[in-house]
Design a protein around this ligand. Structure first.
Ligand SMILES: Cc1cc2nc3c(=O)[nH]c(=O)nc-3n(C[C@H](O)[C@H](O)[C@H](O)COP(=O)(O)OP(=O)(O)OC[C@H]3O[C@@H](n4cnc5c(N)ncnc54)[C@H](O)[C@@H]3O)c2cc1C
Length: 502
């Protein structure tokens, strides 16, 4: 059936990596479905470089992809696509960087991928209109989705919202202070920090690692302390070996849930992962020791982790990595209580093992730690600003630390009510989107259609990206967001085929 009214008009709001994934999936699906001629795709983004978004805009070569190039292909059915693209470049940093390449190269790759799809769209008769503007509102009625961008008003049949992350909602009380960096990816970031200034970094995750390496490569000499509440630096990724899942499988999830008619408790899911790891490693794991905080210094732990990765004794990483694809389904199978308990009790240890450092970065960090360029202080209890001393006072590990500059590296936020996006606020206010109980936006798992306040699903608006973490969990990976982009596009076009369902 040919679409009618606004149904041939599509909008993609936000053209970071996810928006580009949606655009390309849309072009391909329209072409494959014989619906290209006469279709219109409008894209909305203020950033100059499409695809770069927040994650891949950094110009610093020390900011590496935290996933191997072999896992970052834009084509799920052609995993070596990015690796081949890198091999075909003359740029030395692409060929010398090894398996973990600078993130800026991934932005270039995405831009090329976008341009290829754009050329194909135009050749096949799809009109593509680029708007360098922010979408400030979108409202749905029987005619379609009314979208406001600047002074313009458009009506679309389907809208894909790919607005990315929210900034951290922690430590907002310091945002007016000139020596506080709320997000190293926005504004001047770390550039304004003087070379001899003392710096405190809140957090020890991959963002903190990026901050440390950037300070090092830009010649910073002052003392740096990373503060954490519980955990220390991420583990180190070793070589990946192929692992076929035996326990964390869809068949087991079906069996345990009676074909998804009941939800799993946290202990049941933990048991599946325990068996997967112990079977894969061929040993009984001493979980108390693994989960306990190490007694030795962070430098000692880091040196040991680097050594294990160099020797390839990181099979546990390959096993966890193999669960990427099934994790959204595992998450969906868990009871709300199990998910909430995971978020509060276990997320930090999961992240420490699952979101590990590339070996190259770990070696650089070890050099820095050995030189005494930074230290880690755990058991962070409070942060305040001393006006008289013009310094931040941080209580951690029973001691008080004073630093001139403070960098928030606690990651991104998920509290919609704190978002400064007028689009999100307008949608929230009208109940056209709903906050997920675990943060971010509530969407339908399969179609990514947004859930309204009354519990109904939008017929025409899909949200794809990191903010669907409450529903899909593993949304801080390009792989998951790309898979979700494909699901959303497939669902949107299927519903056009059966308008009665709309
Ligand atoms: C620092 C960092 C490093 C990462 N590294 C990796 C990695 O190595 N590998 C990996 O798999 N994942 C990584 N991730 C995870 C990352 O979140 C995803 O891979 C993916 O890049 C998210 O892209 P996005 O397009 O959803 O969001 P974003 O990159 O945030 O892009 C959103 C875009 O939407 C635009 N926008 C927002 N609101 C509007 C509006 N109202 N109107 C118009 N435009 C709007 C913004 O300008 C922005 O360009 C990283 C994340 C971060 C933050």
């Amino acid at each position: 059936m040919r679409p009618t009214g606004a149904d041939h008009r599509y909008a993609v709001a936000g053209m970071g990596a996810t928006g580009v994934g949606v655009f390309v999936a849309l072009v391909r699906s329209l072409v494959a479905g014989g619906r290209a001629a006469g279709a219109e795709i409008h894209i909305f983004e203020t950033k100059e470089r499409l695809g770069a978004g927040v994650a891949y805009s950094t110009p610093h070569d020390c900011h590496l992809l935290n996933m191997r190039a072999a896992t970052m292909s834009v084509h799920a059915d052609d995993p070596d696509h990015f690796v081949r693209w890198l091999a075909g470049r003359e740029d030395a940093s692409a060929s010398e960087a090894g398996e973990y390449v600078p993130r800026r190269l991934f932005a270039e790759y995405l831009q090329e991928f976008f341009e290829e799809a754009l050329a194909e769209a135009r050749q096949r008769g799809i009109k593509v209109v680029t708007h360098k503007s922010v979408v400030s509102d979108c409202r749905e009625d029987e005619r379609g989705v009314h979208l406001i961008a600047g002074l313009d008003h458009f009506v679309f049949g389907r809208v894909f919202l790919c607005l990315g992350d929210l900034p951290s909602t922690e430590y907002l009380e310091f945002t007016k202070l000139p020596t506080y960096v709320h997000s190293m990816w926005q504004g001047a970031g770390l550039e304004a920090i003087g070379p001899d200034a003392t710096v405190g970094i809140l957090g020890t995750s991959l963002t903190a690692v990026d901050a440390l390496l950037q300070l090092r490569t830009t010649g910073h000499r002052g003392a740096i302390t990373c503060f954490s509440r519980r955990r220390s630096l991420p583990k180190v990724q070793g070589p990946r070996v192929r692992h076929t899942l035996r326990h964390v499988t869809e068949a087991n999830l079906r069996r345990l849930t009676g074909d998804f008619t009941r939800q799993l408790e946290f202990t049941e899911v933990a048991e599946l992962f325990r068996r997967e790891l112990e079977d894969g490693l061929g040993i009984a794991i001493d979980w108390t020791r693994v989960l306990a905080r190490p007694e030795e210094t962070f430098t000692h732990t880091l040196a040991k982790d680097v050594e294990l990765a160099e020797k390839g004794q990181t099979l546990w990483y390959s096993i966890l990595d193999a669960t990427s694809e099934i994790v959204p389904l595992v998450w969906r199978s868990m009871s709300p209580e199990a998910r909430a308990s995971f978020m509060t009790e276990h997320l930090s240890i999961w992240s420490m093992f699952r979101h590990c450092m590339p070996l190259d970065n770990a070696r650089r960090l070890l050099d820095m730690a050995t030189d005494g360029a930074f230290v880690v202080a755990s058991d962070l209890t409070s942060v305040s600003y001393d006006e008289d001393a013009r310094a931040f006072r941080i209580e951690a590990g029973g001691a008080a630390h004073h630093v001139e500059w403070l960098v928030n590296a606690t990651g991104t936020g998920f509290a919609l009510e704190c978002s400064d996006s007028s689009l999100i606020q307008n949608l929230l206010m009208r109940g056209d989107i709903t906050p997920h109980p675990l943060g971010g936006i509530d969407v339908d798992f399969d179609t990514l259609r947004v859930v309204r306040r009354d519990g109904s699903l939008s017929a025409r608006a899909h949200y794809i990206g990191p903010l669907t973490r409450g529903v899909h969990f593993y949304t801080n990976s390009f792989e998951t967001n790309l898979a979700n982009a494909h699901s959303a596009v497939a669902a949107a076009l299927t519903r056009l085929d059966s308008p009665a369902a709309a």
